[in-house]
Every structure is written in structure tokens, then in C-alpha cells.
Ligand binder design. Structure first.
Ligand code: PBG
Ligand code: ZN
Length: 326
């Protein structure tokens, strides 16, 4: 059958019909809202490269959690900006580290109502800004994953529901699972940053989290842009090591990876709509060049359509502005 028997436009005739046929709807409960908690400030500090986004003082995390819940969001992802950095990144696994303090405040206040996810990495806490311990110019993979295990346990002790290791060290998921289980946190889930590409889209984040590497780049641990099957290997390894959910990052330039992962694996898939993706939209909107709400709606729908079950996005903060945009 073909035209004139087939008329595709019949099912596009009215808005109600179009809505009825809609297969992919972004829901606030599938969004994860990132918060940068800064130990050194008393008032929110704007992040220059992320217009409309702020570093949050510890005293205001409850307010942020409240804002999230009021918009129908269910979860926040915590990043920490510590008062001090050192060679071992000890702020990441300190009992009273900034993420640990923020998490326990949030969990004391909101209990099970709010899901708290903790980013597990050393880069924000280590003086050179790389995602692991460096000795004689070499990244110490196995020493690093031991410290990531400690970090995960300290976050779980503070009440974090889900730990999200982002350093791209080999074996990080297994090390974290073992450390959590040994400390009786077998119910703490792991969201693995499995296919995290070495990307220029992280630029604004590094200002936000003050985690720019002082030398070199992250290409010896984050994935190369020109690889595809390697993402499947990374994901499979993480599932075998005990990841409960896996992540692909960034989202927009890697929609093919999200689709492939969705077709290949049964675990829940998370996509990270990164800082650079957010800032490009904001910059363009602030210039009056695009309809921001329509564009955000379209971008997040595309990530969902590619196969993401959940999306980490800085746009979550304004979810009500664009959610019902058609
Ligand atoms: C650090 C980390 C980064 C992001 C999340 N965790 C930056 C990096 O790897 O350089 C990026 C988030 C974003 O750009 O929004 N482990
Ligand atoms: Zn890192």
C-alpha cells in the first residue's frame, strides 16, 4: 500500500491525536538534578560558564532538595567543592567531607522521599585535579580504586542511596561493591559511569567543581571519541563487576552509544546531559537565538528516544518551564 491509500498525515491532524501517539515523554521522576556543594561559601555563587547555575553552600542544600521535590524531581546528584585539596584527595573519603555532610543533612530531612546520589571521584579533592592518585607521573589505578571504595563507604554511611563512580579507573565498580558489602552496605546501589568519553563538553563543569587537571588531560582513562564497541565492553565489565545501573556520558554527541547500549543490555541506562551541553543551550537562549524551552524539551526527548531511562541534567532545575512544551 502506498499513497493515496496511505496518508501519514492522518495521524498528525490534531494535537490530541499527536499526543495520543506520543511514545517518549520525559518525566520529572526520571531526571537527576546535580548540585555542587561548596564548603567555602555562605551564599550561592554563580558559575560563570553555566549561566543560571550556582554553587550551593552547605546550609542551603535542604532548600535545593525542597525545590527539586516541589518540581516532581526525585533525586539529586552531589558534587563537592572542599575547602582544601591534597595529594591523596582525602576530602573525598573524610567522614565529615562536604558531600558526606550534605548527604546526611538531606537524608535526615527528607528521609526516603529524596534519592541522594553521590559522585565518587578524587578530582575535586586532589591538588593536581586528576581522577586518581599520581606517583612518579603515573596514575595509580589500583591504589585509586581502593580509595574510591573508601569514598563510597563514607558516602553510604552518610546516607547516600546510590554511589556513582566517575573516575574511569579499571576495576572501580568491583572495588566499590566489595568495600560496600564488607561494611554492610549491601543495599547501596552503584550507578557506574561506564562509557565516559574524554570530552570537551565537561569544560564548564570543571569551573563549577574546580576540578580542571593542572597538567595533561584525561585521555589515558576516559574513552576515545572514535571508539564504539569499546563502550559495550566497558558497560559489560561494569555489569559483571556489580553495577546496578550504567551511564553513558556525554549524551547528545553519543546518542548512538545510548541506542546500542539499550539494544544490548537489560540494566537501567542513565545518560549525562553534561555541563557543556547545558551551557550551549543557555548561551544561545540568552542571545535570543533559540526558543530555550522548546530546545530543552527536544533535546531531552531525543536522549529518552535513544534509550536512556534516566537523564542527569542541569535543566532539571527548570523542569516545569519546559516539561509540557509541545
Ligand atoms: C569528574 C566528573 C566530571 C563530570 C562529572 N564528574 C568531569 C570530568 O571528568 O572532567 C562532568 C560533568 C559535566 O560536564 O556536566 N570525575
Ligand atoms: Zn574525576
Amino acid at each position: 500500500m502506498s499513497f493515496p491509500d496511505v496518508r501519514m498525515r492522518r495521524l498528525r491532524r490534531t494535537e490530541a491525536i499527536r499526543n495520543m501517539l506520543n511514545q517518549f515523554q520525559v518525566q520529572p521522576n526520571n531526571l537527576i538534578y546535580p548540585i555542587f556543594v561548596d564548603e567555602t561559601i555562605l551564599e550561592p555563587v554563580p558559575i560563570t560558564a553555566m549561566p543560571g547555575y550556582f554553587r550551593c553552600p552547605l546550609d542551603q542544600v535542604i532548600h535545593e532538595g525542597q525545590t527539586a521535590l516541589e518540581q516532581g524531581l526525585k533525586s539529586v546528584l552531589l558534587f563537592g567543592v572542599p575547602a582544601e585539596k591534597n595529594e591523596t584527595g582525602s576530602g573525598a573519603y573524610a567522614k565529615d567531607g562536604i558531600v558526606q555532610q550534605a548527604a546526611s543533612k538531606l537524608k535526615d530531612h527528607f528521609k526516603e522521599e529524596l534519592v541522594v546520589v553521590g559522585d565518587v571521584c578524587l578530582c575535586e579533592y586532589i591538588n593536581h585535579g586528576h581522577c586518581g592518585i599520581i606517583k612518579d607521573g603515573e596514575l595509580q589505578n589500583d591504589k585509586t580504586i581502593e580509595l574510591l571504595g573508601k569514598t563510597a563507604v563514607s558516602q553510604a554511611a552518610a546516607g547516600v542511596d546510590i554511589v556513582a563512580p566517575s573516575s574511569m579507573m579499571d576495576g572501580q565498580v568491583a572495588a566499590i561493591r566489595e568495600a560496600l558489602d564488607d561494611a554492610n552496605f549491601e543495599q547501596t546501589a552503584i550507578l557506574a559511569y561506564s562509557a565516559k568519553y574524554a570530552s570537551a563538553f565537561y569544560g564548564p563543569f570543571r569551573e563549577a567543581a574546580d576540578s580542571t587537571p593542572r597538567f595533561g588531560n584525561r585521555k589515558s582513562y576516559q574513552m576515545s571519541q572514535g571508539t564504539l564497541k569499546e563502550a559495550l565492553r566497558e558497560i559489560e565489565l561494569d555489569i559483571n563487576e556489580g553495577a546496578d545501573m550504567i551511564m553513558i556520558k556525554p549524551a547528545l554527541a553519543y546518542l548512538d552509544i545510548i541506542s546500542l547500549a539499550k539494544a544490548t543490555f537489560d540494566v537501567p541506562i542513565v545518560a549525562y546531559n553534561t555541563s557543556g551541553e547545558y551551557s550551549m543551550v543557555r548561551a544561545s537562549a540568552l542571545n535570543g537565538w533559540i526558543d530555550e524551552q522548546a530546545v530543552v524539551h527536544e533535546i531531552l526527548t531525543s536522549i529518552k528516544r535513544a534509550g536512556a531511562d534516566m537523564i542527569i541534567t542541569y535543566h532539571a532545575k527548570n523542569v516545569n518551564a519546559w516539561l509540557n512544551y509541545t
